[in-house]
Design a binder for this molecule. Structure first.
Ligand code: K1U
Ligand code: ZN
Length: 164
């Protein structure tokens, strides 16, 4: 099932998501719907927050063929180093792309779709995407990392789009 994606400046995007206690059938169905929604958008990542569901779940697929689905439940960054500037976009902030500074290399611990703990190391686009999606779970948008002037301009542009 394709789910509607919340758009900035919707305040529900500011909700801090709660950990998943058990990876049961309801969570598995939600993960399946999140992948469908992400692929259809199209996007390379999606956090549950963006579909107004406030549990700590993210889905990612950065492959060109869209055949490398990655699901992280209760993701935690356990190591990070380096710095990288990457141009980011967001399905909740359509048609807006800006460079953001992130850690270049991260190690993440999470549960998979079967509820099993695993660890993954990531850098460049995958690392950036995981950090972007974990931010969503904490109610943070990539635009929060930009200057106050850029944020003000974006809000003005968004208000004009909503008005007309
Ligand atoms: O979380 C989101 O809003 C998804 C977002 C993820 C992301 C992209 C770039 C850098 C960091 C995080 C997107 O998927 S935006 C759309 C996008 O990047 C894309 C869409 C179609 C093909 C390729 C990329
Ligand atoms: Zn986003």
């Amino acid at each position: 099932m394709i789910l509607p994606i919340l758009h900035y400046p919707d305040v529900r995007l500011r909700t801090v998501a709660k950990p998943v206690e058990t990876v049961d059938d309801t969570i598995k169905t939600l993960v399946k719907d999140m992948f469908e929604t992400m692929y259809q958008a199209p996007g390379i990542g999606l956090a549950a927050t963006q579909i107004d569901h406030h549990q700590r779940i993210i889905v990612i697929d950065i492959s060109d063929e869209k055949n490398q689905p990655l699901c992280l439940i209760n993701p935690e960054i356990i190591e990070k180093d380096g710095e990288i500037d990457w141009e980011e976009g967001c399905l909740s902030v359509p048609d807006y792309y800006q460079c953001v500074k992130r850690a270049n290399h991260i190690k993440v611990r999470a549960l998979n779709q079967q509820g099993k703990t695993f660890e993954i190391e990531a850098d460049e686009l995958l690392g950036v995407c995981i950090q972007h999606e974990i931010d969503h779970l904490d109610g943070i948008l990539f635009i929060d990392h930009l200057s106050k002037l850029k944020q003000k301009r974006l809000l003005e542009k968004t208000k004009k789009v909503i008005k007309y």
